[in-house]
Write a protein that binds this ligand. Structure first.
Ligand code: 5GP
Ligand code: ZN
Length: 117
């Protein structure tokens, strides 16, 4: 994979340099357990290609952004939370983004309030 950024935490997880509990992997997408889960199911789904977030995404990234969401739906089915889960993409520090490699949070297994905080 040539699009990894050695300064990026999630690129280092994808390449195995930093350990994580892998949930899913294919050619384009990698998923792993969040280290500080905010719900019984809290999985992070990331494109293998490095880009910082939705603000930096290009038209060519549309496919992998969609793939990340389809992987979230599949993991939700595997965890039996498909009756109520949430996918979240935090965009920018003002929304709580702390890792600047696009990631979809999959949260489930408990009640989820709306609107989110
Ligand atoms: P953000 O706040 O950027 O939307 O989400 C970043 C997420 O990455 C947080 O939920 C945080 O707990 C998780 N995280 C941060 N560092 C690590 C790590 O080293 N390993 C794993 N598995 N998750 C991490
Ligand atoms: Zn990265």
């Amino acid at each position: 994979m040539t699009d990894l950024n050695s300064d990026c935490l999630f690129c280092r997880i994808i390449s195995g340099k930093i350990p994580a509990k892998k949930v899913y992997e294919d050619e384009h997408v990698f998923a792993f357990e969040d280290i500080k889960p905010k719900a019984p199911t809290h999985v992070l789904i990331v494109p293998k290609k490095h880009f910082a977030g939705l603000n930096e995404a290009q038209a060519e990234d549309a496919d992998v952004i969609g793939r990340c969401h389809l992987v979230a739906a599949e993991i939700a089915r595997q965890r039996n939370v498909e009756q109520g889960y949430r996918t979240v993409v935090n965009v920018g520090p003002g929304a709580g983004q702390t890792v600047f490699h696009l990631h979809v949070h999959l949260l489930g297994g408990r009640g989820l309030n709306w609107p989110p905080g």
